[in-house]
Design a protein around this ligand. Structure first.
Ligand code: TRP
Ligand code: SF4
Length: 400
């Protein structure tokens, strides 16, 4: 609805690893060429679990942003900013909390899961329960169309949609909505008005999603509409009121999942990670010593790539001929494991080289990163303020 904006965030966990690169950043880099993108450091979200360790945030933030830049996230294409510097996120979070039933938050699966997983921390806090609501504010405040996230975050995006729907339902129904919507339809001009009404009927009477899509496209191209009329026309299509906060869609990161050195999920806390900018000698040593098919004890024992984490690395990094060479050589004991690992080592080092290069100028001049972020915060704030003006008005807070 608003220029197909993309919004995503990451908690500041310090320097990132190749799992982050393949799981998220590579995708961000691709998206920034196609859509207006906003990427931010979710530092408030870090405090929902790490509220007792505030000293870690600062360093983690800057390390992570350098890794984003190293990965090719480009500040001339994307807006990069810090959540805690755009206070409007907190305001929207508060306002949304007024209309969010407790049960919606309690039944988000990550709530109980994380409490159990992180049982050494006391997560019976209000902030932790509100984690996904804050996340909803992060996205809805930019009226984003897409949220690129991993599988585990799908319930959070689902919640955002429910909140947006509820919000629009409560506050988008202005007095005389029908008449105002019809008036807005007329402003489309007679030909487009007819197309719009046809599509609306097709959607409402037959539930045709393509009709809805087509109507959205029609409205998106319409330059001369006021914001209010646009919201009315979006809402009128679906039989609701004004769409003040559009429902975002999840954009699932396509699975080129890179596991850790042991085949489990890559994570710093499992000590199975390769840092995004880890020194080449260390990367080489880590891959050389990573476990292989346990049944392959001697060089002459045939192996099974399906039982070997190195094979999973080949699936991410190697071309077809190399993968065939692995399959064949492993199963026939034609190649040794070190030999098998070498092409992976080569490809990982090759992938990392431009990352080191891109990171260098930011390491040499830390003020550069600060100014990229300051600039991004300003841009984000401008967008967030626009939404908040409407949200406040819709909730009766724009009195003088
Ligand atoms: N919860 C997300 C994660 O753990 C981080 C996040 C916070 C986020 N706010 C967001 C992701 C908004 C997408 C959109 O990965
Ligand atoms: Fe794994 Fe390659 Fe060794 Fe086979 S040859 S067990 S795939 S490292």
């Amino acid at each position: 609805m608003f220029a197909d904006r993309v919004v995503s965030g990451m908690r500041p966990t310090g320097s990132l690893h190749l799992g982050h690169y393949h799981g998220a950043l590579k995708n961000w880099v691709r998206l920034q060429a196609e859509y207006p993108c906003l990427f931010f450091v979710a530092d408030w979200h870090a405090l929902t679990t790490h509220y007792a360790e505030p000293g870690e945030i600062e360093n983690n933030v800057w390390e992570m942003v350098i890794d984003w830049l190293a990965s090719g996230v480009d500040p001339s294409q994307s807006v990069l900013f810090l959540q805690s510097r755009v206070l409007e996120h907190a305001e929207l979070h508060t306002l949304l909390s007024m209309v969010t039933p407790l049960g919606w938050l309690e039944r988000v699966p990550t709530y109980k899961d994380q409490q159990e997983r992180l049982s050494d921390r006391d997560l019976s806090t209000y902030g932790f329960l509100g984690y996904p609501l804050l996340q909803a504010a992060d996205v809805l405040i930019y009226r984003a169309k897409f949220v690129p996230v991993g599988e585990d975050q799908v319930p959070h995006v689902e919640l955002m949609r429910e909140i947006a729907r509820r919000f629009n339902h409560l506050y988008g129904r202005e007095p005389g909505f029908e008449d105002k919507a019809k008036e807005a339809v007329r402003k489309l001009g007679s030909r487009k008005a007819r197309v719009y009404m046809d599509l609306r009927t097709r959607f409402q009477e037959q539930g045709h999603d393509e009709a809805l899509e087509a109507a959205h496209a029609l409205l998106d191209e319409q330059q001369n509409l006021s914001k209010l009329d646009r919201e009315r026309l979006f809402g009128y299509l679906e039989g609701g009121g004004r769409v003040i906060l559009p429902e975002p869609e999840v954009l699932l990161t396509e699975a080129s999942r890179l596991p850790g050195l042991d085949g489990q999920k890559m994570s710093k806390s499992y000590s199975n990670a390769i840092g995004l900018r880890e020194a080449p000698e260390q990367v080489t040593r880590k891959i050389r010593t990573m476990p292989t098919d346990p049944a392959r004890v001697k060089r002459t024992d045939p192996g099974d790539p399906d039982k070997c984490p190195v094979w999973q690395f080949h699936q991410v990094y190697s071309d077809l001929p190399t993968r065939e060479w692995v399959q064949q050589g492993c199963r026939s004991a034609g190649i040794g494991c070190l030999e098998c690992k070498q092409p992976v080592i080569d490809r990982v080092l090759l992938e990392q080289r431009p990352m080191f290069e891109r990171a260098q100028r930011y390491i040499d001049d830390p003020t550069l990163v600060r100014s990229i972020i300051a600039d991004g915060c300003d841009k984000a704030r401008d967008l967030a303020r626009e939404t908040m003006r409407e949200v406040r008005a819709a909730m009766g807070l724009d009195y003088s």
